[in-house]
Write a protein that binds this ligand. Sequence first.
Ligand SMILES: [Zn+2]
Length: 82
Amino acid sequence: MLGGGFFTYLAKTTAHRNTLQKCTRCNVLYNKTTDKCPHCSALNDTELSLQLSKRKATRLSLGKSMFIGAAVIILIMFLLKI
Ligand SMILES: [Zn+2]
């Protein structure tokens, strides 16, 4: 049955989601069955803060370029109207 398969799939994905937890150190989701977070357990505090600041910097530059993109689009719209 197609419907039955779908519900099995849904149950499986829900169960999968329940096995994930957010790491308190690096805020990345990881499997509950592993006792240590695979993303940051290998890093010491200095390396972790470096990683986090790098991630933050990437997010900031992305926001900036999106803002510039929006400004350019508005400028083009403004110029085309005149
Ligand atoms: Zn972690």
